[in-house]
Design a protein around this ligand. Structure first.
Ligand code: HEM
Length: 538
């Protein structure tokens, strides 16, 4: 028996009542009958491009979980590590990607992120081995190679007025890295523009736009022919699909048959094409379905590109704001790598650098919320919030941003403090939460969801955790090491004059760089910096 918002008793055993509850929970607009408060407020709170901040404001009023209604649709918003662990790990088969899969399907097809659980379990088993250790060790060198055009570009800016917008440059580097390492394609986007690069950005922008649009107007009859935005998107998508199809065909034609053990132990220094596509084709044979392979590649292109670019952007933002942390980091880079290109062993030695990346992901999780839909009726444990029933069909937002910025799990959560991951923390007021234990991530590249008992979810957790987590950490650390060894940065304040200072202070940034969400957290005004050459330390 549970008590509804207006005090009435609700029996979930009564089937008519369950049906009514189902309808009301899914379609919203009624008092909540399952004990979860209905968040009420201005839609403008979440409609200005900072939805995750709006969800945090509601969380401060209503706790976890609460329900949020968009017109006829309602979402259960979870901001609690114990409940997140339940959904992502303990009861993960009760949930699928729901609305996210509907949005992404036209772009990623049955790629791993939107894949239904049945397709997913086959695909995941085939893709995970591609991220094996020998490949990751080798690919670090390729990250260094892809960073060289960025270093050259920054050197040119130093020779000019020093002004540089780093968010877009990091986006280009991340695209170049994903292109070469995943399907052996040189975008060269740091130095040039091309129709293919524009098509990638168009697909990204559309994926973000769709994830922020409650009504799927693109499914309406003739919409794809009549709406100019959709026509443009479809032609860009076709261009991109043609490029991927061509790469797949070529990879299949040049297939060398090897067995999985040989593949995982191959000497990558002797391999001409070390891409993930090459591995997948060699491993799975020429008969693998082209469309499925294309969906996989497109998913990794989108999932692995903007996320890393966002982490690099926010890491550099926080380091520029915190010169003493920047100095400590540069000292570590000078000592371990100097002017060499970093290798895998270097990254393992640079613990502070890895913690800087982890702390950035805590403060700016990419994406700031995870989406699920309940497939089988479920019950959420209490944790830091309240117990709740979840009915079949209920859409769920897991507000990772709220969990990462909650002082019950992370003391002084708005302070950039990379060393927090070296200290233990527990909270007896949160039943079922084991706290953060630094010993639990010893030997790993980064403090993970296990060490924090799901209070730190940079790459999600459970079965559908990111497959590219270590790849991403290596990519971000190599890029930061190469850039920060060679350059110093300060804010180009002239670019921020008159920009949304009030909003930025409300977001706790203390700088008008501003935040805005799509699939990831972007700056609102760009990361405009002035770059200078760094005096080479003795
Ligand atoms: C899934 C974050 C980089 C490929 C995820 C998820 C998160 C995430 C949070 C879980 C989504 C969910 O549970 O709904 C990140 C971040 C990255 C990053 C923050 C960079 C800093 C990458 C890279 C790749 C990649 C580089 C590939 C090269 C994927 C794939 C999935 C995924 C394929 C779906 C896994 C599945 O459902 O089995 N990522 N990711 N990601 N990510 Fe990443």
């Amino acid at each position: 028996m549970q008590v509804g918002k207006s005090g009435e008793e609700i029996s979930f055993g009564d089937s008519a009542n369950v049906l009514r509850t189902n309808i009301e929970q899914i379609y919203g607009g009624f008092p909540s009958l399952d004990g979860c408060p209905l968040a009420e407020g201005e839609l403008a709170d979440i409609g200005d491009g900072t939805m995750f901040i709006g969800l945090q404001n509601y969380y401060r009023n209503y706790g976890s979980p609460y329900k949020l209604c968009f017109g006829p649709k309602s979402f259960l918003v979870i901001s609690d590590p114990v409940q997140a662990k339940h959904i992502l790990k303990d009861a993960n088969t009760n949930y699928d990607k729901g609305v996210l899969a509907e949005i992404l399907e036209p772009i990623m097809g049955k790629g791993l992120i939107p894949a239904d659980p049945e397709t997913w379990s086959i695909r995941r088993r085939q893709i995970v081995p591609a991220f094996h250790k020998a490949w990751l060790e080798h690919i670090v060198g390729l990250f260094g190679y892809c960073n060289q055009p960025l270093i050259d570009t920054l050197n040119k800016r130093v020779d000019g007025d020093g002004k540089v917008e780093m968010e877009s440059l990091f986006c280009s580097v991340a695209l170049d890295i994903i292109g070469l390492s995943v399907f052996n394609y040189e975008f060269g986007s740091v130095t040039q523009e091309s129709p293919v690069i524009k098509a990638v950005y168009s697909a990204l922008v559309e994926a973000e736009h769709r994830s922020m649009t409650p009504a799927p107007y693109w499914n309406l009859p003739l919409a794809n022919q009549l709406v100019p935005r959709l026509r443009k998107f479809n032609s860009d998508l076709k261009l991109l699909n043609d490029v991927l199809d061509d790469l797949i065909t070529r990879a299949k034609q040049t297939r060398t048959v090897e067995d999985i053990e040989e593949l995982e132990n191959r000497n990558y220094n002797e391999v001409q094409d070390p891409s993930l596509l090459r591995f997948l084709v060699d491993m799975r044979g020429a008969d693998i379905d082209n469309k499925q392979l294309r969906d996989d590649l497109m998913t990794m292109l989108i999932a692995g590109h903007e996320t890393t670019a966002a982490v690099l952007t926010w890491a550099l933002f926080e380091l520029t704001k915190n010169p003493e942390i920047m100095k400590e980091l540069q000292d570590e880079i000078d000592e371990v790598v100097g002017d060499r290109m970093p290798n895998y062993e270097d990254i393992k030695k640079m613990k502070f650098l890895r913690l800087v990346v982890a702390e950035t992901l805590r403060m700016y999780p990419e994406p700031p919320l995870l989406i699920r839909r309940c497939r089988t009726p479920d019950e959420l444990p209490q944790g830091a919030g309240r117990e709740a029933k979840v009915i079949r069909g209920m859409d769920i937002f897991m507000a990772v941003y709220n969990i990462h910025r909650d002082e019950r799990f992370w003391p002084s959560p708005d302070t950039f403090d990379p060393l927090r991951f070296t200290r233990s923390h527990s909270n007896p007021d949160v039943p079922g939460w084991a706290g953060f234990d630094p010993k639990k991530w010893e030997g790993k590249l980064y403090p993970n969801e296990v060490a924090s008992d799901f209070a730190f979810l940079p790459f999600g957790g459970g079965a559908r955790k990111c497959v590219g987590d270590e790849f991403a950490i290596l990519e971000a650390t190599v890029t930061l090491a190469m850039v920060l060894r060679r350059f110093e940065f300060s804010f180009d304040e002239s670019k921020f004059e008159g920009k949304d200072d009030i909003l930025s202070s409300a977001q706790g940034l203390n700088h008008p760089v501003g935040m805005r969400t799509g699939a990831t957290i972007h700056t609102r005004n760009g990361l405009h910096l002035v770059v200078e050459k760094r005096g080479v330390p003795k």
